[in-house]
Structures are given as C-alpha cells and as structure tokens.
Design a protein. Sequence first.
Length: 133
Amino acid sequence: MIYNLSEIEHIAKTIISSSKSNILLFYGEMGAGKTTLVKSLAKELGVQETASSPTFSIVNEYISDNNKVLYHFDFYRLEKEEEALDLGFEEYLTQGDWIFIEWPEKITSFLPLNAQKITITTISADKRQLTLH
C-alpha cells in the first residue's frame, strides 16, 4: 500500500488490526521511515510517551494506557548477531508483548518464523510504499 506521511496514523491502525503476530520486523533503507512508523504504532497501542529510536541503547521499553508492554529494538549498530543474545533477546520473545524490531536483518538467526515482516520503500519525500509479508 502506498501512503503519504499525513496518513501514517491510519496505516498504524491497519497494521495493528491486520498483523499476524505481535512481533513486527521493519525492513527499509536508512531514512525510509521505520522509526516514524514505530512512533505511530506505539501511539495507536496507547503509549503516551513519544517513542524514540533506541539506536544507542538497542532497546526501549514503553508501557501503554492499559499496562501492556511494548519493546522497540534497533539492531543497526550490532556487529555480530550474537550480541542480541547478550541483551537477553530470546527472553523478550517469550513474554507475549508487542515487539518492534528495526534492522532485523542483523539478527536473522534469532527471528521467529511467525513474525510480521514490514518493508518500507521511499517513493518521494512524503510518500512511502508499505508491504506486509
């Protein structure tokens, strides 16, 4: 689906309602809008705090209005996928919480098969193509 950035809240609702998993994998080039989409998804799930990129901390934790937990990972800076294990990544996967992962290609060996893959492609400055697969 193609969307303008002004439609991102609608896109977030669509993703939440149609996702096959609580684990969302975000693929796209640098600047494609992965973090912007994660912010909208967090807001849609009832997180009052503005989500930000965990590029340096690797993971951010948010609590929604109904006390649900959302974890936002950014694996861009990982040099070896085993570094995810040092963070306890496998334990996060078993908790049943929402998990959003940017740069999942850095940890392919540890990704669950049932995760919802989302690819974002830049079409223009304010237009993106989103593919759920």
